[in-house]
Design a protein around this ligand. Structure first.
Ligand code: ATP
Ligand code: MG
Length: 292
């Protein structure tokens, strides 16, 4: 399918570390590709966790990273590697990311370098771009927020996430106003969710009261399979059984994101394993307004 339309760009961001950004970026991107959407995942984190999940060292040999492209302000098409998921490409991170912040500091309209690179990336060949970001609000992450149409914010149900989230939202609004960017918060995704824990229920209720329907209906339940799938270099769809919670949750999240950003019309495939379309795993939590 070649729509020629501008690809929808979703940044996955939260300045807090270890909240499930990379797990969400990888499995959302793969989930979108499984719906027939041609998807590029851009790894903007020096840690390279998304890159390590999707590509082997052998596949990465001799491949440049997003950093080199941003330094030269060129499209990411030449470095985009196909992954084991049909329709999903990855623009890898690597060592050169370590000095990118410094390099960008002297660039012209330095918050828009990634936007300019993406405008030259696989024109007419992509439906969606998903960007995984670092747990740090430096210039590189700022570039992701400015390039994005939507920002998805993973949140764990621990005490006091609200203050950090409010600061993040204020920062995003300021950045958008200052550079004329269009990004808005698509939603907060509850990750590592365990409804049996009282703290989870309390934090969920507070988040839903504070942010209303910006808190996505689909929580991502705690599952040891997420860590295991990443260490086996697989997405949750390749690693987990059709009815298992890790896979079901990300299938549901993908469907919800598609609905919220209007990507359903562009999708060309219904996932055979899309549990939400078959009503499987009725125990999986959906909108938890009851606990709000
Ligand atoms: N739903 C989940 N249940 C259990 N473990 C999870 C879940 N989601 C992610 N994890 C694990 O938690 C750890 C942190 O997740 P992840 O790397 O996705 O977070 P991150 O926000 O990208 O971290 P960083 O800020 O360091 O980039 C990883 O080991 C991951 O496998
Ligand atoms: Mg990460």
């Amino acid at each position: 399918m070649s729509t020629g339309a501008h690809p929808t760009t979703i940044a996955v961001a939260n300045q807090k570390g270890g909240v499930g950004k990379t797990t969400t970026a990888v499995n959302l991107a793969a989930g979108l590709a499984r719906h027939g959407l041609r998807t590029l995942l851009v790894d903007l984190d020096l840690q390279g966790s998304a890159t390590a999940t999707l590509l082997s060292k052998k596949q990465l040999r001799g491949v440049e990273t997003v950093a080199e492209c941003m330094e030269r302000e060129q499209g990411l098409g030449d470095i985009a590697c196909p992954t084991a998921t049909p329709g999903l490409w990855l623009a890898p991170s690597g060592e050169a990311m370590a000095t990118l912040d410094i390099q960008l500091a002297t660039a012209e309209s330095r918050e828009r370098v990634l936007s300019r690179c993406l405008a030259q990336t696989m024109p007419g060949e992509l439906d969606v771009i998903v960007i995984d970001t670092a747990p740090y609000l430096g210039l590189v992450t700022l570039n992701a927020l400015v390039a994005a149409d939507h920002v998805l914010v993973p949140v764990t149900c621990e005490y006091l996430p609200i203050l950090g989230l409010k600061l993040f939202r204020e920062m995003l609004e300021k950045v958008c106003a200052r550079v004329g960017a269009r990004a808005e918060i698509l939603g907060y995704v509850l990750t590592m969710y365990d409804r049996r824990e009282r703290i989870t229920q309390e934090v969920e209720a507070l988040l839903r009261k504070t942010f209303g329907d910006r808190v996505l209906e689909t929580p991502i339940r705690v599952s040891t399979r997420h860590k295991a799938s990443a260490s086996h270099r697989q997405t949750i769809y390749d690693f987990d059984g059709k009815r298992s919670r890790g896979r079901v949750d990300y299938e549901r999240l993908t469907s919800e994101v598609m609905r919220r950003v209007g990507l359903e019309e562009r999708a060309t495939a219904t996932c055979a394993g899309d549990a939400s379309s078959r009503g499987e795993d009725a125990s999986a939590p959906r909108a938890s307004s009851a606990s709000a």
